[in-house]
Design a binder for this molecule. Structure first.
Ligand code: NIG
Ligand code: FE
Length: 413
């Protein structure tokens, strides 16, 4: 059995090695390695270099050489740092009503909104939910996304949240994609809960959090801070408790009204996601902190709302990741590359900023240190796009998909 694989020559390889973690990035900052090779050992990158050098040094007894005969551009595997792909049902009616001018309240009265998905998801079996996750994760994988964050948040009771989180855990070995699970029991106050916001969060943190640890179901806690969901004062004690137990924190922040990002900064969350309503005050606060700002252009496109002020965040010195927010309500499309490209055109982002947003900075948004760059020792997760230039990938706005996706050193069939 050969121990190494050597792939090349690759027309352009973008390792992202030198890209800083925060602030604006110019396309000239992208170091492009031409005629590159990747030497893989097991699931990791052993060496990145010139293909001809690596080939010359390779031991033919232990190395399988995979020669490429056409142009390819190699990027790190993409990371979708914010999704809700564990759900049942469709919200096509919400979409139609919203586009026909109906208000949030009218849609909710007609049986739509998050609660509709909660109702559908509660009716689904754990196996049905797992199957949905596997199917959607594999769709993302074909488009070069090798790591996907998946939230609960459509169960909204201890038992129903556990069903969702166990469904995600069961899906994990059935797909090549790495699934990073987040508990979003703090998505909204469930309509059938008899107590108030404080009592609900208290019940979740006392009863559910310990089970998350015991069963290793999730290492991240998320909450939706918004007028229709939870206020900062509800969430502070909830997050403090989660932090105390060793969970990473992430926040649905400033989607329609500002407020959540301040909580994210104060509790030293890993990321603050959405931020469509962030003003200069929030942008400055985020930029000074270590919180990664996550733009979700899929939600802006799905709802017909403004985009996250990505340019301002980067110019202020912030770290910007871009994720799909794939969910049945606000972001039904689930196409990360297309959405990142569109955000780039509307927000005037360099291609380097878009690429970092779905690779190295997306890894930071998930607190993952072993991926997002093509560097020795990192996971061998990468994409080969059938083109000669990195700029072609963004120019095609998501329509150019990888011909080869490699996950943990293995070509995805
Ligand atoms: O990230 N903002 C709140 N939660 C989701 C939407 C969920 C839904 O509408 O089902 C979001 O956009
Ligand atoms: Fe979301």
């Amino acid at each position: 059995m050969k121990q190494y694989k050597l792939i090349g020559p690759i027309t352009q390889l973008i390792s992202l090695d030198t890209i800083k973690t925060k602030g604006s990035v110019k396309d000239q900052d992208l170091i492009i390695i031409e005629k590159a090779g990747i030497l893989i050992e097991d699931e990791k990158i052993h060496t990145i270099g010139q293909f001809s050098d690596l080939k010359e040094k390779a031991d033919i007894h232990t190395t399988e050489i995979i020669e490429l005969h056409t142009d390819y551009v190699c990027t790190p595997g993409f990371i979708d740092a914010h999704t809700h792909i564990c759900f049942s049902g469709s919200r096509a009616n919400d979409y139609a009503m919203r586009n026909a001018g109906k208000s949030y309240l009218e849609i909710a009265k007609a049986g739509g909104g998050i609660w509709d998905t909660v109702t559908q998801t509660r009716k689904a079996s754990i196996q049905e939910l797992s199957n949905g996750v596997i199917k959607r994760a594999n769709t993302l994988l074909k488009n070069g996304i090798t790591t996907v964050e998946v939230k609960s948040g459509y169960g909204l009771s201890v038992e129903e949240e556990l069903k969702m989180l166990r469904a995600i855990k069961n899906a994990s070995p059935e797909t090549k994609v790495d699934l990073i699970t987040t508990c979003l029991a703090g998505h909204m106050l469930p309509k059938d809960y008899t107590g108030d916001h404080k009592e609900y969060l208290e019940e979740i943190s006392t009863t559910l959090f310990p089970i998350l640890k015991e069963e290793k179901l999730a290492n991240r806690i998320d909450a939706f801070i918004e007028q229709s969901a939870f206020s900062p004062s509800h969430i502070y004690p909830y997050f403090e408790k989660a932090k105390h137990m060793g969970f990473d924190i992430t926040v649905h922040a400033d989607q329609f009204t500002a407020g959540g990002s301040e909580v994210a900064v104060k509790v030293e969350a890993i990321s603050a996601d959405h931020l469509e309503a962030s003003t200069d005050k929030e942008i400055q606060m985020l930029a000074k902190s270590n919180v990664v700002s996550v733009a979700l252009p899929g939600a802006s496109i799905g709802l017909g709302c403004s985009f996250t002020p990505a340019r301002k965040i980067l110019d202020a010195g912030g770290a910007l990741a871009i994720a799909s927010d794939w969910n049945p309500g606000s972001a039904p499309m689930g196409d990360l590359l297309m959405q990142a490209c569109v955000l780039g055109t509307f927000e005037k982002l360099s291609n380097a900023e878009v690429l970092a947003g779905v690779t190295s900075r997306a890894a930071a948004a998930l607190n993952l240190k072993d991926r997002g760059k093509l560097v020795s020792g990192m996971l061998a997760d990468f994409n080969l796009f059938p083109t000669h230039s990195i700029h072609e990938i963004f120019y095609h706005q998501g329509k150019l998909v990888p011909s080869q996706v490699w996950k943990r050193g293995v070509l995805v069939p």
